[in-house]
Every structure is written in C-alpha cells, then in structure tokens.
Design a binder for this molecule. Structure first.
Ligand code: SAH
Length: 309
C-alpha cells in the first residue's frame, strides 16, 4: 500500500533548500513530518529543524514520525503567521532554509470529523487549529446571505456564490446546516450544470476553509517575516495548491526581487528599495507525471523557490 502522507515534490524541495552548510531549517507546516524527514536526511547531521503546525494532531504525529532524529528536531504548536515570535522564543534569530507547504493535509482531509471533505460525512468544522475558535457551521448558520456569498465568491472564485449562499440560508430555516453532506447537497442543487469533472462543492468547501483559517492573511504575514529571517544565501521554498495562494507567493517574491517600488515610468529610482531575494524558479515547478500517478492529490501543487541575497 502507498504511504498516506507523501511529501509533495520532495526531490525538488531538497534541491532548492538544502546544502551542506545549512544549520537551521524552519518547516512552517510540518504536518506528518514528510518534508522534515527528507530535509534532515539530506542535510548535515549537525543541522537542526524547527517544525511548526497549527494542528495539535499533526504535531503529535510529527513527534512520533521524527523521533529518530532526537534533539535535531523541535516541534511547536503555533501559527506560521507568528513565526518571528515563535523563533525568538526558541532563541533563534535567523535560519538557513524555510519551507512552507500550504493547504490541508491528507490526514485532515481523510478524517471525517475534521469536516474538510465533502466526500466523507462529518461535522462542518474545518478548523486547522481545533484548540480555538468556532467550527465553520457556526458561521454558516449565522452569517447573512450576502456575507456568505462574498466569502464563497472571494475565496472560491465561484460564479454561483449568490445562489449557493441564498440556498444555505433557506435550508437553515428548516434545520441547521451542520454536516458536510448537507452542505454538499445544497451546493449541488445550486449549481446549474455540472460537468462531472470536478465535484460542484469543491470551490465552496475550499472557500470556507480558506476563510475559516484566514489562510491568505496568514500567508501574507508569513512572507513578510520569512525573508528578513533568512540568513544571506538562505533559501525559501513555498508550495501552494490553488491560484489565490500562488498569486500571493508570486507577487511577493517578484516585489522582493525588484526591491524598488518607484512607478515604472520614473526616470531614476528615488525609493531606495534594494532587491532582497533572487527567484530561483522562473516558472513554478510542478510535480512530474510519475509523482501525480503516485499521489493524485499533488496534481495542483506549485513550488516557488528563492534565495536571500
Ligand atoms: N509538509 C507536510 C504536510 C503539510 S500539510 C508533510 O510532508 O508531512 C499542511 C499542514 O499545514 C497541515 O498540517 C496544517 O495543519 C498546517 N497549517 C496550515 N495552516 C497553518 C498555519 N497558519 N500555521 C501553521 N500550520 C499550518
């Protein structure tokens, strides 16, 4: 049987991230520890890795899976949007390599009671960090149709957002919308033609998950902190799974590579901004066909890498 948690584009990540001189790595989404193990394997035995995850179950699993690396590994339950604070609590000011592998893990997706998947019947939770906040069902049963439509349109790029939202509101007048199957049915009925290729609820589930976990805001905040934290010559790898995330990574990297923020028609630079990074991947790197066959969930992955100047 194939392992359930296969690190996405591990070979490519190692290529961009690891060299013999690297001492400290930061894995911002340690998950089951797939990438972390590959990094620790490829790097010098004197290197260490700090792994962060917002999901307590992921931290417990990573602790088990990475136990053979002993004190080369420190695992912390926290949000990558707080990375600077987390590192300073560890007494670390700069690192040599940072990896962020965004999105939801197989473990989260395949556990019905996490509520991430419309393929499994479960409570509509969708929190990556179940130690705080309210499940998404809380929002679904309280927000106005306009608010729900806005979330589904913005984070799902769903053209039928308004219809879906108004059908959620009318369904909840009969009974509260609390399960993934209920929501998947409502969405299916709201979307007129359904080609059968991707499930009609895919975009709505994605939108609600991004909203619930403030994924884009966290990513922006992470990127602002990550580059200053890299040592000169240090590397960053970011893997994203949908275009909204990839766009944030792409634009931030490009702006940091340019440095200057003067208008394009300005005759000379007056802002004084200097390039901070060099982008190592002109286009995003995508998984090889072979990897997609092994692990179909990685098919939409995009890896962008950069080096700190
Ligand atoms: N690279 C891992 C898999 C990561 S899956 C491996 O090879 O095993 C993505 C992980 O990111 C999930 O465990 C999820 O809980 C975590 N995550 C998502 N948003 C986060 C955030 N804002 N802060 C920290 N971890 C986050």
């Amino acid at each position: 049987m194939k392992p359930r948690h296969i690190p996405v584009m591990a070979r490519e990540v190692i290529h961009y991230l690891v060299n013999g001189n690297s001492e400290i790595f930061l894995d911002c989404t340690v998950g089951a520890g797939g990438h972390a193990a590959k990094i620790l394997e490829a790097a010098s035995p004197y290197s260490r890795l700090i792994g962060i995850d917002t999901d307590l179950e992921a931290i417990a699993l990573a602790r088990e899976n990475l136990s053979s690396y002993g004190d080369r590994v420190s695992l912390i339950h926290g949000n990558f949007a707080d990375m600077s604070e987390i590192l300073s609590q560890q007494g670390v000011s700069q690192v040599d390599g940072i990896i962020i592998d965004l999105g939801v893990s197989s473990l989260q997706l395949d556990t019905p009671d996490r509520g991430f998947s419309f393929r499994n019947d479960g409570p509509l939770d969708m929190r990556m960090d179940r130690s705080s906040g309210q499940p998404i069902s809380y929002d679904l049963n309280r927000k106005s149709a306009a608010e729900l439509a806005e979330i589904i349109r913005t984070f799902g790029e769903e053209r039928w957002a308004k219809r879906i939202a108004s059908n959620i509101v009318s369904a909840r007048e009969r009974s509260a919308v609390i399960t993934t199957t209920q929501l998947a049915e409502i969405v299916k009925k709201s979307v007129p033609r359904y080609s059968g290729k991707i499930h009609p609820a895919t975009r709505t589930f994605q939108a609600l998950r991004i909203y619930k976990n403030s994924e884009l805001a966290n990513l922006k905040s992470f990127l602002e902190q990550a580059i200053p934290t890299l040592r000169s010559g240090g590397r960053i790898c970011a893997i994203s799974f949908h275009s909204l995330e990839d766009r944030v990574v792409k634009h931030t990297f490009r702006a940091m590579e340019r440095g200057c923020v003067c208008p394009p028609d300005a005759p000379i630079c007056i802002c004084g901004g200097k390039p901070e990074i060099k982008i190592l991947t002109k286009r995003p790197v995508t998984p090889q066909q072979e990897e997609i066959e092994d692990n179909p969930r990685c098919r939409s992955a995009k890896l962008r890498a950069a080096a700190k100047l």
